[in-house]
Design a binder for this molecule. Structure first.
Ligand code: UDP
Length: 484
């Protein structure tokens, strides 16, 4: 008689921020489709917003063995949990949440019911991999790291000890920012000081942000496996380097398209949207887009955490209006720091004629809309992948972290757009927008169409990401059988 084997049960634990939660929920849904039982652990703050702005509870209730659990991030209710307070969030998770997680595991709270199997493994956001690994080791649960950044940025963080050894950082302030960094394998010919992840551009090697990102990344080889939201045709050469240190690397991206394809294959419907927004979506922009000509609109969005000064706001606004191109611009209520004394009449007029401003869009849908011809982006990794899949060329204005490096790859390696890093000037904005939407459009359309095709191929049956996800699922199921 065949022995009963309980289904695999995975705990998924993201870092509490939009880009992280979004992609880890997509991973959860993909694993749910493959029959894996999931406990998804959100901080209370994040979960409350997800429930307010999405249908996640109904959506995930279709997956047998799926449950949400919440945990405190240890911060006070009025803490802004913004990017500038990153280290406070990180420290609180590392001290207070860590204790709560240990308690949850010790008291079997994550099992929840008699029918739910024990934990097969934990898939944790690699940014909080350190403390979660300590606990996982204590309870002898295998741990897999998921990183929400690009492989190129992961590799740059991984190479930081070498960059330091070669004396190329810390930055003293006297460097030519266009000078090449020569110690990151595969990037020797194009990586400049200004393209290093922003935390690596510190003049103090003990800076807490640098320390966190480098230490957490360096621990990755100790995990059972590493999952990256990327695909082989995009970052193959970099992935080969990572694989010399991490023996199992699953590349299963672009996750949003991978999920869409698998959902469509399962339900035979082409209407599969999985919204994981922490903000209220304003769908009116879709009606506005419907009325615009083919590829005539530049979409402008700086993601969920970037902030800009009111002067930068004015420079972008003048640049967009003066370009005479149509634009759809996401201005979150907390995007602009500082109050304006009034908005010039010409901006109001130009915006009324050719622009549309909203506080949050259904971005994947926007990028896929036929009216979109370009994307002025902060180069967050999710936004970059979403633009790649939609075949939309980009103007990159990176703000922080991995964005500095992503934008270099977009412009210099993948040739999918222009890099405007470090500059915020109305004349440059106008010029770049017109390059992208006009003069250089044909050139970019060729490379963006090709990369979009490769991205979709990777998540189609037989593609590299499709195969990699199947291997990951097998790996998890095998772990569950071995544990039994
Ligand atoms: N996003 C959205 N609507 C918006 C702006 C952003 O749905 O108006 C989503 C976008 O599709 C992406 C995420 O928010 O999935 C932003 O993640 P990303 O990694 O690009 O940047 P971050 O917010 O982490 O800086």
């Amino acid at each position: 008689m065949e022995q009963y084997c309980p289904p695999a049960h995975v705990l998924i634990f993201p870092f509490p921020a939009q880009g992280h939660v979004n992609s880890m929920l997509k991973l959860a849904e993909l694993l749910g489709l493959a029959g894996v039982h999931i406990t998804f652990l959100n901080t209370d703050f994040i979960h409350e917003r997800l429930v307010r702005y999405t249908d996640i509870e109904t959506r995930f209730s279709c997956y047998p063995g799926f449950q949400f659990k919440t945990i405190s991030d240890g911060l006070s209710a009025d803490h802004p949990r913004s990017l500038i307070k990153f280290i406070e969030v990180y420290d609180s998770l590392n001290s207070k949440t860590k204790l709560l997680l240990r308690e949850m595991l010790a008291s079997n709270q994550l099992i929840g019911s008699n029918t739910r199997p024990c934990l097969t493994c934990i898939i944790v956001d690699g940014l909080i991999g350190g403390f979660t690994s300590d606990i996982a080791n204590e309870f002898r649960i295998p741990i897999i790291y998921f990183r929400t950044i690009s492989a190129c940025c992961f590799w740059a963080y991984f190479s930081v000890p070498k960059i330091i050894e070669a004396g190329e950082i810390p930055v003293t302030g006297n460097e030519d920012m266009d000078c090449l960094i020569t110690t990151v394998p595969s990037m020797e010919s194009f990586l400049r000081y200004r393209d290093l992840p922003s935390f690596c551009q510190a003049n103090d090697l003990n800076h807490c942000n640098l320390h966190v990102f480098v230490t957490e990344t360096q621990q990755s080889p100790q995990a059972h496996a590493l999952i990256l939201n990327t695909f082989e045709d995009l970052e193959g050469p970099i992935l080969s380097h990572i694989r010399t240190h991490c023996s199992k690397v699953y590349t299963i991206g672009p996750l949003h398209t991978h999920l869409k394809f698998r959902l469509e294959a399962k339900t035979s419907s082409s209407q599969s949207q999985s919204s994981n927004n922490l903000f209220e979506v304003d769908k009116s922009c879709m009606t506005w887009l419907d009325a615009q000509p083919l590829k005539s609109v530049i979409y402008v969005s700086f993601g969920s955490i970037t902030t800009i000064t009111k002067d930068e706001h004015m420079e972008f606004w003048f640049g967009l209006v003066n370009s005479k191109q149509r634009f759809l611009w996401v201005i979150r209520s907390d995007l602009v720091v500082g109050e304006h004394n009034g908005v010039p009449e010409e901006l109001m007029k130009g915006t009324k004629e050719r622009g549309y401003i909203v506080s949050w869009t259904p971005q994947e849908e926007v990028l896929a809309h036929h009216a979109i011809g370009g994307f002025l982006t902060h180069s967050g990794w999710n936004s970059t992948l979403e633009s790649i899949v939609a075949g939309v060329p980009m103007i990159c204005w990176p703000f922080i972290g991995d964005q500095q490096l992503n934008s270099r790859f977009v412009s210099e390696v993948w040739k999918l757009g222009l890099d405007m890093k470090g500059v915020c000037d109305r004349f440059i904005v106008e010029k770049m927008v017109n390059y992208l939407m006009g003069e250089r459009r044909e050139e970019f359309m060729k490379s963006t169409n090709l990369m979009a095709r490769l991205a979709r191929k990777s998540v189609s049956e037989g593609g590299s990401s499709y195969y990699s996800l199947d291997c990951l699922v097998k790996d998890i199921k095998l772990m569950s059988m071995e544990a039994d």
